[in-house]
Write a protein that binds this ligand. Structure first.
Ligand code: TYD
Length: 136
């Protein structure tokens, strides 16, 4: 996988004077079937989350509220994606190192993944990540 596999995905926007609405529908909008969602909130100023890669998990990260930066790294380069709208997200495939930082007050990170939680799928050491990349 490389940084070019990381991409933004737009969700439908139903604009309405009463408030706007967006949605995710598996079949036609995501490159995978969602098996799990989770969200990260109440992040203290200056904190980071993530800082790992997955061996096989694919995910999409959305800033449902506020803003934060997603830093992605494919072992050769790094890219920063700022998320600050709830109607798009960033798709991150397996074997991309990623971390979330620069959370605004009251920001809400929503993550949809193609697998249930599995601690064994995490690569938490950056050197291990690089070794796995060079061996594949
Ligand atoms: P983790 O993904 O390690 O967060 P971060 O990479 O930001 O440090 O998750 C933190 C803890 O939460 C971890 O010990 C396991 C638990 N957890 C679950 O039980 N289920 C989940 O779906 C997730 C994402 C985490």
């Amino acid at each position: 996988m490389s940084l070019s596999d990381v991409r933004l995905i737009d969700f439908p926007k139903i604009l309405d004077e009463r408030g706007n609405l967006s949605f995710i529908q598996n079949i036609d909008q995501l490159p995978f079937v969602v098996k799990r969602v989770y969200w990260i909130y109440d992040v203290p100023g200056g904190e980071q989350r993530g800082g790992h890669a997955y061996k096989s998990l694919h995910e999409i990260i959305i800033a449902l509220s506020g803003s934060f930066d997603v830093i992605v790294n494919d072992g050769t380069g790094e890219k920063k994606i700022t998320l600050n709208r709830s109607y798009y997200g960033v798709y991150i495939p397996k074997m991309i190192w990623r971390r979330l930082e620069n959370f605004s007050t009251n920001s809400l990170a929503f993550i949809a993944a193609d697998q249930p939680y599995d601690a064994g799928d995490y690569i938490r050491d950056y050197q291990d990540f690089q070794q796995l990349l060079s061996g594949s």
